[in-house]
Design a protein around this ligand. Structure first.
Ligand SMILES: Nc1ncnc2c1ncn2[C@@H]1O[C@H](COP(=O)(O)OP(=O)(O)O)[C@@H](O)[C@H]1O
Ligand SMILES: [Mg+2]
Length: 524
């Protein structure tokens, strides 16, 4: 209705038409005229008019026919009727048929203009309203489509948690049909009564405190019992007085995402664990390397010292032998010579163990059974054990197979371990550290063998005082001893060298009761 409003005047009196045209043209209207109903309808059908001013009673017909035509064809215009008859019936009829107003002939110019202006402004209002309605319809349509096709659940609940609206995706998440949702509250979807109660408390808190909305992450139970992880992005639903009447939420099923996250975390933890294990292995291997290098160096040194001592010792021995023969009759001298002989014997023993340090790798490895070697060594040590009133208990597994080993060297290892245990139990009893005095008094060495996958374990344990924590990392070092002048400190480093030569490991610890436990592991 921009520019000039178009008006069609319908009257069978040409004079009337003319004078109306004159008046109205002056008022910035665009005017057309028709002298009968037929020509009026013809006009209306071909051109749009903002307003039609029609006489009711005409010679051949009446203005209602124009009205009928407009109604029938849904023509967008406004009609004002004119009548010379002041009958209320006609007026009522005109309004009933949808005319905006009617004017009675004869009329004042002002009256016509006023009526026309009112009619036009009402038409403008109606057009605006129609436009707004159309916009509303469009936006409603847009939101409906969104809500129905979005793959996220959309839900409205009231402050009691009752679900008042849910879209198709929402039904799909929980597996309930629309009808089944009818009487449900969000608490019915919780995984347990406890969780439902908690959620109820939370909603209550939101209604009273109204904090800033933040996404809610939690778990719910589907109709088939399956538990799902959900993310709920929500906001308050308020009435026109700004009172909270419920919540509008967008719900996403994040079960898969959570699962992937969990798997990733597990994988990460596994990796970390593996790296830790590998690092520990490496550290151990490194320590072993350092130890065996040290052992090799010490062994070479010890062997050269032993060699240097051996020749003069040999001479001393020969000389002592001949002196012994020569002064056989001198009792005093003979006694002294015997003392010297014994001392030289001690030196020889020391020199031997020094030589042992230099990896006695001469003996060929052969298939042998470690159980047999343990038994024989135990028999060998029988007297020594008896003298010290120490029991020995063998617990050997028949499943232990023969392996490639050097029997002579293994005797040495087992004997060394037995000796150490004996020495630890014949020292000063330290009863304070003992929880069980009886147990301590029962001096015993236990040697067990067992097979575990592709390894043989030989475990030598005793009921002695054990190895002090501060010493445990040094006991395999050459010349480490806690026995003051009594020990040379090469026994365990020897054992270490031999076991290493058999591709095995030897470790020391204390058992829960305090005694030492030495474990040898050999590959099958
Ligand atoms: N069964 C054991 N109980 C307590 N301590 C032990 C045992 N075996 C070894 N040890 C400790 O390890 C040290 C080193 O032993 P070893 O190398 O045989 O040298 P030595 O016996 O000459 O001292 C010993 O001095 C002792 O402190
Ligand atoms: Mg020893």
């Amino acid at each position: 209705m921009s520019s000039k409003p178009k008006i069609l005047i319908v009257d069978d009196e040409p004079r009337m038409c003319k004078s109306l045209e004159l008046i109205l043209s002056r008022h910035n209207y665009q005017i057309e005229t028709a002298n009968n109903v037929k020509s009026a309808i013809d006009n209306i059908s071909h051109k749009p008019f903002d307003l039609i001013l029609t006489d009711i009673v005409m010679d051949d017909s009446d203005g209602f026919q124009v009205m009928d035509h407009i109604n029938r064809h849904n023509i967008d215009t406004v009609v004002v009727m004119m009548t010379g008859y002041a009958s209320t019936d006609t007026a009522v009829e005109a309004l009933r048929k949808g005319a905006y107003d009617y004017i009675r002939k004869p009329f004042e110019t002002e009256e016509v203009i006023n009526t026309i202006e009112n009619a036009l402004s009402q038409r403008r209002l109606l057009a605006k309203q129609k436009e707004a309605e159309e916009e509303l319809r469009e936006s409603e349509q847009r939101f409906r489509t969104l809500v129905e096709t979005i793959p996220h659940g959309i839900q409205e609940i009231d402050t009691d948690g009752k679900i008042t609206f849910a879209n198709p995706a929402h039904h799909k998440i929980w597996g309930y049909s629309e009808a089944e949702f009818k009487d449900k509250t969000i608490y019915d979807l919780a995984i347990s009564d406890e969780a439902g109660k908690e959620l109820r408390e939370y909603i209550k808190y939101l209604v009273t405190d109204q904090p800033e909305p933040t996404p809610w992450f939690g778990q719910d139970r589907k109709k088939d019992g399956q538990i799902i992880d959900v993310q709920v992005d929500w906001n308050y639903k308020k009435d026109k007085d700004d009172k909270v009447v419920g919540f509008i939420s967008i719900i996403s099923d994040i079960t898969e995402r959570k699962k992937t996250e969990r798997l990733l975390n597990e994988a990460r933890a596994g990796l970390e664990r593996e790296v830790e294990e590998r690092t520990a292995d490496l550290r151990k291997a490194n320590e072993q390397l350092i130890r065996s290098e040290r052992l090799a160096a010490t062994g070479q040194l010890a062997a050269s010292i032993a060699h240097e001592i051996n020749s003069p010792l040999q001479a001393i021995n020969v000389l002592l032998g001949s002196m012994g023969k020569q002064y056989r009759d001198d009792a005093h001298l003979t006694e002294n010579i015997d003392i010297l002989k014994q001392a030289s014997g001690n030196i020889r023993d020391t020199v031997r163990s020094l030589q042992d340090l230099n990896r006695p790798g001469t003996e060929l490895k052969q298939p042998a059974n470690i159980n047999e070697i343990i038994r024989q060594t135990a028999t060998l040590a029988r007297n020594l054990l008896k003298r010290n009133r120490i029991g020995i208990q063998l617990d050997l597994s028949d499943a232990v197979p023969n392996i490639q080993l050097s029997p002579q060297q293994m005797y040495q290892v087992i004997l060394n371990l037995i000796n150490n245990s004996i020495e630890s139990m014949t020292g000063q009893p330290d009863l304070q550290n003992r929880t069980n005095r009886e147990e301590y008094l029962r001096k015993e060495i236990r040697i067990a063998s067992k097979i575990e996958s592709d390894h043989i374990h030989v475990i030598v344990s005793d009921t002695g005082p054990g190895i002090p924590d501060k010493d445990i990392q040094y006991i395999f070092d050459p010349f480490f001893t806690s026995k003051k002048k009594m020990g040379l400190g090469v026994g365990l480093s020897n054992c270490y060298g031999i076991v290493e030569e058999h591709n095995g490991t030897i470790v020391a610890e204390n058992n829960s009761d305090g005694g030492a436990v030495i474990t040898i592991t050999l590959p099958v």
